[in-house]
Ligand binder design. Structure first.
Ligand code: DP6
Length: 330
């Protein structure tokens, strides 16, 4: 069935960014954007994306604004096309997004962006918005937009499984008082987007196969640490997974390096905190920024210590947050 009359509603969805503790880097199917490894992440309250979608018979093309600025974005149209196909809708859409996180800077804006967009479009097309992570068709649409985005459909600690790319809660946002201190190094967009970066690593890095092979043990260690609420064990596996991922990229030809000098200064600062008895562990993604996992109570003094590192753009304290949620507008 194809609907070409106006749908009676618009839908607004919000999603928080998520940072991976056990990292995703590499695809087993590029066309379907299926990950080559599972991953475990923490969804945050605060930084994220809010997106409103309305299908409208008066439109002859999709319109997308990000923070009020019109954009041509094939990824957004791809998500809308997939939702139209799933819902039997052939109307174009008006999409308005606001990011409360730096866009495309290695700060996970694509994860919150794709989760909010997919869910808002899903609701605007008349499909159910409750329990989005349990709807495989929606999870797939969100994943094709960005492989890390399905994790933002759930709150707190989340696992994305490698076998069927489904997402599962490991600990709710309020189940463990954690924090992430985000130290931002510079403001510019990243040099190489994750997608071409992953392809290049898989094609040229001799460390890619060992990275994939070593990965299940890191996932198992992280699951066990979460079940035991053992923060030092979780921090250790997070740092190990982070450095294995970056080592794999550094060994590509030509090398792919997102980490900068200030990134290393921050890693030194985190190790210095640990030497002084403060529980703090770092992770970095496809950008130079450093995210530090810690107990919520320790976050203020860790943020104050990191702020002493010269040349940072900002240091922010973030807490675990809920999964993506949507509201159908009148
Ligand atoms: C380094 O989800 O941005 O942040 O699936 O190609 O859109 P695509 O990649 P993306 O990759 C995220 C990679 C990472 C690690 C992680 O979040 O697990």
């Amino acid at each position: 069935m194809t609907r070409s009359t106006p749908l009676p509603r618009a839908c607004a969805a919000s999603a928080g960014v998520n940072f991976a503790l056990v990292k995703y880097w590499g695809k087993r199917d590029a066309a379907l954007n299926l990950p080559a490894v599972g991953s475990i992440s923490l969804t945050l309250a605060g930084p994220g994306t809010r997106t409103t979608v309305a299908f409208d018979a008066a439109l002859d093309a999709d319109h997308f604004t990000l923070d009020g600025v019109a954009q041509a974005d094939a990824g957004v149209v791809g998500v809308l096309d997939a939702v139209r196909a799933a819902a039997g809708v052939d109307l174009r859409a008006r999409v308005e997004s606001q990011n409360t996180v730096a866009t495309a800077a290695g700060l996970a804006s694509s994860a919150s962006g794709m989760a909010a967009l997919g869910l808002a479009a899903w609701g605007a097309a008349g499909l159910p918005v409750e329990a989005p992570a349990t709807q495989p068709a929606l999870v797939e649409i969100v994943r094709r937009g960005s492989g890390s985005a399905p994790r933002s459909l759930l709150g707190g600690l989340v696992e994305l499984r490698v076998d069927d790319a489904s997402v599962h809660p490991l600990a709710a946002a309020d189940a463990w008082p954690l924090a992430i201190v985000v130290a931002r190094v510079g403001r510019g967009p990243k040099k190489v987007k994750s997608r071409p970066g992953m392809t290049h690593t898989a094609e040229t890095s001799p460390y890619y196969a060992p990275w994939i092979e070593a990965h299940p043990a890191d996932l198992a260690a992280a699951r066990a640490a979460i079940a035991a609420r053992d923060l030092p064990a979780l921090g250790a596996v997070m740092e190990r997974s982070t450095l294995r991922m970056h080592a794999c990229m550094w060994a590509a030809d030509p090398p792919l390096r997102y980490l900068q000098g200030r990134t290393l200064d921050l890693m030194d600062a985190v190790e210095g905190l640990r030497d002084a008895g403060v529980g703090a562990w770092y992770t970095m993604d496809a950008g130079p920024h450093v995210k530090v996992l810690c107990a919520a109570d320790d976050a203020p003094r860790i943020a104050a210590a990191l702020a002493q590192v010269p040349g940072l753009a900002a240091v922010d304290v973030c807490h675990p947050g809920p999964g993506a949620r949507a509201e159908v507008l009148p």
